[in-house]
Design a protein around this ligand. Structure first.
Ligand code: SAM
Length: 346
């Protein structure tokens, strides 16, 4: 196992069979060796810096019906909202004062936000905060739409591929959604010039180590700038209500593998990790992550962006509690920095 880890660190890739052997054969001993190597690689590229992003969840209205997601169209119990341009700019103002230099606009695929409205919002943020990065996470759009947002001033785009296996994709999404379209979107984003993030849920229903090996292989091909992974957590008003959650343990192991595969990458310790384990963020950083994305949405809507049960938005998950996050990262030897936090040179 340790030989495989050493080889992954050296070559940045393994065969699918080797990934499967590592995932299935992992043990606490193997994990601690992996995390030690991951921290060493991370330190070489990013020192002990932890980058922060202010997450603005600007709409929970979505035309899609993903089986796992609490804001899916068919969840009639979700209390829906959308923020205005001014409310979004207020979030950025508060975030800037707290030291955030990246704003992530995330939302459901809400047709109210037309390309011209989105471009207007992006351009206003770009003009007001020329020193900040603007990240979008608003799902599948046409090449032309992605290009328009980029030209308006967006720099980065997060679109998880969710699973690299088309049949598994079909188990997680309704037939109206297509795996091919999702993957094409990622290549379009890359071609336009965005810093691109992808990722997947760990422990999503039906996922096996074979699927995970395919995910890692796909990520190795795409060479994204960012990879967001977090445990799947069931939402009680979705078709996956009764399904078991993914584990923190496997998520951390995969974070370690990703750090060795993509030494330069931006890897967030996600909210889902912090939701399942109060020390999830710290454990993520100690497994190789270098980004956290506290919530910068207005208080009144935070509990409405409920992708899964008990999703955290307080304590170190809250942007206004940055000092708590600073302290907790400091305690494990890391430093939260006020910086755009762009991807390191590959
Ligand atoms: N609509 C955009 C999109 O599809 O990329 C962005 C918002 S979407 C809610 C953001 C991410 O939340 C998804 O890519 C998915 O991986 C994650 N997510 C949704 N439901 C989840 C759940 N039940 N457990 C863990 N993560 C979940």
């Amino acid at each position: 196992m340790k030989d495989l880890i050493d080889r992954l660190e050296q070559d940045h890739s393994l065969s699918p069979e080797e990934f499967i052997a590592l995932i299935d054969g992992r043990s606490p001993d193997v994990s601690s060796y992996l995390f030690e190597r991951a921290r060493s690689v991370r330190r070489r590229y990013y020192g002990n810096a932890v980058y922060i992003r202010g997450l603005i969840e600007f709409t929970n209205i979505c035309r899609n019906d993903c089986y796992y997601c609490g804001i899916r169209r068919s969840n009639h119990f979700a209390s829906r909202y959308r923020l205005t341009k001014d409310e979004i700019l207020d979030c950025c103002r508060a975030g800037y004062q707290l030291g955030f230099r990246t704003f992530v606009l995330q939302g459901g695929e809400d047709p109210y936000f037309t390309d011209s409205l989105l471009c207007d919002i992006i351009a206003a943020i770009r003009q007001t905060y020329p020193d900040c990065a603007i990240t979008l996470s608003i799902g599948e759009k046409s090449h032309a739409s992605y290009a328009a947002y980029f030209n308006a001033g967006a720099n980065r785009y997060l679109l998880r591929h969710e699973t690299a296996d088309p049949a598994h994709y079909g188990q997680l999404h309704p037939p109206t959604m297509s795996w091919e379209k999702r993957i094409q979107c990622l290549w379009d984003l890359r071609q336009i010039g965005y810093q691109v993030g992808t990722g997947f849920m760990v422990g999503s229903p039906g996922q096996t180590s074979h699927h995970l090996a395919r995910d890692l292989q796909f990520i190795s091909q795409l060479q994204p700038d960012m990879v967001g992974i977090g445990p799947f957590i069931a939402h009680h008003d979705t078709p996956f209500a009764g399904e078991a959650s993914g584990t923190v343990e496997l998520t951390l192991f995969l974070l370690g593998l990703l750090r060795l595969m993509l030494p330069y990458a931006l890897l967030p310790a996600t909210t889902a990790l912090g939701t399942l384990d109060p020390s999830g963020r710290e454990k993520g950083v100690l497994a190789g992550a270098n980004v956290v994305m506290p919530n910068l949405s207005p208080m009144a809507v935070r509990t409405k962006y409920m992708l899964y049960d008990n999703k955290c938005s307080t304590g170190e998950e809250a942007a206004e509690s940055r000092h708590l996050l600073d302290q907790r990262m400091h305690q494990i030897g890391y430093e939260v920095v006020t910086d755009r936090g762009d991807v390191a040179a590959k």
